[in-house]
Design a protein. Sequence first.
Length: 248
Amino acid sequence: MPSTASAFAARLALVGDRSPHVRAHGRIPVLLDALRERDLLELDVYWIPTEDAGQDGALDGFDGVWLVPGSPYASEAGALAAVRAAREGRVPFLGTCAGFQHALLEYARDVCGMRGALHAENAALDDDADGMLIMPLACSLVGHEAPVRVTAGSLAEKVLGADRRMERYHCSYGLNQSYLGLLREHGMSFTGFDDDGQARIAELAEHPFFLCTLFQPELAGDGARPHPIVRAFAAAAAAHAADRLASR
């Protein structure tokens, strides 16, 4: 965008390499417009390319960061920097599809100390397979819908209002389950799983709003009614903006 919202609007950073070929990139602005009209949320939205997101201070002053789908990103380092800025700055964060994958990658490297953690999509053929945190899915989920079971008492359950939902995917990579325990030991909560026990939602309980989904809530329905996760993220950003302005 950006929009022409007022000085009191929540400033949202959509971090990703915008492309007309990525369906989510066309859908997300429509959803945010719907939230302005239906929920009366004041949102000032900016697209931040991943190559820019890695620059010092690139995400300063934002009230929400959404690491959007569309990998491989032009800059893996920039995508990871966006996650870290939101996580350490306690800024509402949403990561969907590739955003989920890279949020886990950042956490493994910067919190768990797994500096050699890799994403298979970005890895070279001779890279250490033992460090492959994000792996190709056994069965691609491109264009699929599948049920997700949600953990009771989690942020995800609070947002979704249900313990099981059908969700839409468009991805070919997911978490290497061998590292589930390591990530949990360092504070990452996995609060949504498919029927085979594969992680589909991750969150940080000590963060104001940090939610990641392998599925794509932005692709739900026809785009006229934002998914509850998108609505909750925007509302969290609006609350962050209100707190920021109140502290001036």
